[in-house]
Ligand binder design. Structure first.
Ligand code: ATP
Length: 316
């Protein structure tokens, strides 16, 4: 028997947010934010501290009232009193438990609060999260990683169709991240569960999400499929020579734009130079300025994130 019943894939989106605004007094925490998440997707919601992730999540969960805009989950309008909807949604904010109760006791309370009659559901989530060796420990004695596991177990005790997870892999070591990633993949792929994960680390989200949305100053500034992210990473040609001024002179003469890097090398983003570094090498040798360094470097994920936000800063 399936551990979690396979969800039906109807045509409606799992999450729809339309032109959402949320003001705190004069402050616009969310400013015309729209996004959609398909069923069975693992959507990574990425943003710096204060970007508006938690405000979006709390509004989506009916805990905050939007200033304007529309929110739907599983095709149903979001509002705090829609209990039918909350039965289908699991939420991990920060791992909160009764510290002096054991893992089993904490999960049994969560089970009863969710109105789940099947007592076996506690064992089911303990197995799913690999918490068996710790099930009799008090919550306060758990490591940070195992507290996160307990939080996830609570979020999924009622077999939700959507799981909304705020920073779920905080405090997990690489093996723990891999375990949680496999579990989330399994839930999404084999059981059609939709997973919405927020984080401020793209490296972290890239390991689990199938698509990411970047939020900055309350705006959604970019959405990208993880499979296409590699192509979006900027490539730069980094260059140096014995006589930097003469080298710059040759580059200027040939119409190449460049900038100096923090460590004093020259960086070219020009597509021609990046795609054909050998041509530039030949040119420099012919100009009697043979390079001492010539290397194509692909930006890392955090570099991509910061560049995307930097670009947005100029536009907003
Ligand atoms: N109740 C509130 N009253 C006033 N301002 C608030 C309130 N809640 C959030 N804010 C502000 O709204 C902005 C967005 O906050 P939010 O918590 O959504 O960001 P976040 O992306 O989740 O950040 P973090 O990663 O630090 O949790 C912040 O500038 C925050 O100070």
């Amino acid at each position: 028997m399936n551990i979690i019943s396979k969800q039906k894939n109807s045509g409606t989106k799992a999450i729809q947010i339309e032109s959402l605004h949320k003001n705190f007094g004069e402050y616009k925490a969310l400013n015309n934010l729209s996004l959609e998440v398909n069923r069975g997707e693992i959507f990574g919601f990425l943003g710096l501290n204060g970007a508006g992730k938690t405000t979006t999540i709390k509004t989506l969960l009916g805990m905050l009232r939007p200033t304007s805009g529309k929110l739907y989950m599983l095709g149903e309008k979001v509002h705090a009193g829609n209990y039918k909807l909350w039965d289908k949604v699991g939420y991990l904010e920060e791992a909160t438990f009764y510290p002096d109760l054991t893992v089993i006791e904490n999960l049994d309370i969560a089970r009863r609060m969710q109105g789940v009659s099947d007592k076996e559901s506690v064992n089911r989530v303990i197995c799913k999260l690999g918490l068996e060796p710790h099930e009799k420990k008090k919550a306060k004695q758990l490591s940070l990683g195992n507290k996160q596991r307990l939080g996830l177990a609570k979020a999924m005790i009622h077999k939700p169709e959507i799981m909304i997870l705020d920073e779920p892999i905080n405090g997990l070591d690489p093996a723990g991240v891999a375990e949680i990633r496999n579990m989330l993949y399994d839930l999404a792929k084999n059981f059609g569960v939709t997973i919405f994960i927020s984080s401020h680390l793209l490296e972290e989200l890239a390991k689990v999400a199938t698509r990411i949305g970047i939020i900055h100053n309350g705006h959604l500034i970019q959405e990208i499929e993880m499979a296409k992210l590699e192509q979006s990473l900027q490539k730069n040609l980094v260059l140096d020579g014995r006589d930097k001024n003469a080298l710059k002179g040759v580059l200027k003469e040939q119409g190449y734009e460049f900038e100096e890097t923090m460590d004093g090398h020259l960086k070219l983003t020009d597509g021609q130079a990046v795609e054909n570094p050998e041509r530039l090498a030949e040119l420099l040798v012919k100009s009697n300025q043979p390079p001492t360094l010539l290397s194509v470097i692909t930006e890392d994920l955090e570099g991509y994130f910061l560049r995307t936000i930097g670009m947005a800063r100029g536009n907003i």
